[in-house]
Write a protein that binds this ligand. Structure first.
Ligand code: TTP
Ligand code: MG
Length: 392
């Protein structure tokens, strides 16, 4: 395979960093995101708390013991989702192929876009600068010839790091790292490797393939040997990591009544449908999330008969889901989220036996509208229902 150029970007202490940004009194302090007490776990924590040994996924009681002065914050998931959405949408303006793999992490494929490592490094620096100036947050980036090495690279100089691993440096850098840094090596596989005396990636490289085969089977053995050499031919696929396109809004003033809710759902459906068309994918399911002002939340999903990228389809299903949630109709609504899920590409769609004229027309109108909006701005075309009401 021709040499590739892959970028990995990972936000630093993501949830905790957002809290420290928005609440200056938390800066420089050991902030722990999660719920304290016997049933809680740590989602993440600031770098100040990490000095005490606090880590993600640790039981809260352990974290409380290690860091009694820790400041516990419940976390605002909706907000982190919104920040994440902005960051990675911005990244797609800079990088042609982006695959977001978690709330704070994405890969970019720069092959054929950047001529070489130096240009890729410059681009990574620019993306980090955007995140700093637009979101006042730091990210760490790695650049290498494959996904695995790019991820290792972004981890090497956290926080606020930027690391390039050239192919000839790979094995030397990998050798001392624990096998657990290989994505796909969980605690159980690590345990079996430990039995063979394999703890670091360097050990993996040295052990014979035959011995490895015996213990973990040929497929895993081959995979591990590849990684030990710093090889990973997994492609960066824009839609692979994106299992859904969603829009969520928290309202400062509660929404009340069908009309207000329906208007919001329509706006969300429009935005999601445009994003689906932009990415050339179709949704096979629609999920509606509703939260009232007492924080009671419900999430409901409809599966569609025909996959769609049309606002009217998404809206109709959202509306049906809202109608079903009768217990919320009299309440003040604090949050609405709409998601298009089970995304597929158009190639995956079996063509209907009888092409539906009405839908075909609606899609060509939608595409024309997308083009006009791109040219003249978001507000240039509004559906009639969203125009200000004229006095009669
Ligand atoms: P990570 O990128 O693993 O962690 P991080 O961004 O907080 O810290 P780092 O600087 O080491 O990258 O995860 C991203 C977010 O996902 C994190 O801020 C909180 C959340 N998360 C959990 O809620 N539970 C978990 O077990 C982990 C690992 C992360
Ligand atoms: Mg992170």
């Amino acid at each position: 395979m021709a040499e590739r150029l892959i970028l990995h970007l990972d936000m630093d202490a993501f949830f905790a960093a957002v809290e420290q940004r928005d609440r200056p009194e938390l800066r420089g302090k050991p902030v722990i995101i999660g719920r304290p007490g016997p049933r809680g776990v740590v989602a993440t924590c600031s770098y100040e708390a990490r000095r005490f040994g606090v880590r993600s996924a640790m039981p809260s009681v352990t974290a409380e013991r290690l860091c009694p002065q820790g400041i516990w914050v419940r976390g605002r998931m909706d907000l982190y989702g919104e920040v994440s959405h902005r960051i990675f949408r911005r990244m797609t303006e800079e990088v042609p192929v982006v695959e977001q793999v978690s709330v704070d992490e994405a890969y970019g494929d720069l092959t054929g876009f950047c001529p070489g490592f130096p240009e890729a490094e410059t681009l990574a620096r620019r993306i980090k600068e955007h995140i700093r100036s637009e979101e006042r947050l730091t990210a760490s980036a790695g650049v290498a010839a494959c996904r695995f090495l790019a991820k290792v690279a972004s981890d090497l100089e956290k926080p606020d790091g930027l690391t390039v691993i050239q192919p000839e440096q790979a094995q030397r850098i990998l050798a001392p790292l624990p096998v657990r840094v290989i994505p796909g090596v969980g605690p159980r596989l690590a345990q079996r490797l430990a039995v063979l005396g394999v703890a670091a990636i360097g050990d993996l490289e040295r052990i014979s393939l035959a011995r490895l085969n015996q213990e973990v089977g040929p497929a895993t053995a081959y995979f591990l040997k590849q990684r030990a050499l710093g090889e990973d031919d997994t492609p960066v696929e824009p839609h692979a990591g994106r299992k859904q396109v969603s829009e969520e809004r928290t309202y400062g003033a509660d929404l009340r009544g069908h009309a207000e809710v329906e208007r919001e759902l329509f706006l969300r459906a429009e935005a999601i449908a445009a994003a689906l068309r932009d990415r050339e994918v179709l949704a096979r399911a629609v999920t509606l999330k509703i939260r009232d002002n007492a924080y009671r939340t419900v999430t409901r999903t409809h599966t569609l008969e025909e996959p769609t990228d049309l606002a009217m389809d998404l809206y109709q299903h959202a509306l049906a889901l809202w109608r079903q949630a009768a217990e919320f109709h009299e309440r003040g609504i604090r949050l609405l989220g709409l998601a298009a899920k089970e995304l597929i590409t158009e190639n995956d769609v079996t063509p209907s036996l009888f092409p539906d004229e009405r839908r075909a027309r609606a899609r060509s109108v939608a595409r024309a509208t997308d083009a006009l909006r791109e040219k003249f701005g978001e507000g240039s075309i509004l559906p009639a229902r969203l125009l200000p009401k004229k006095p009669k």
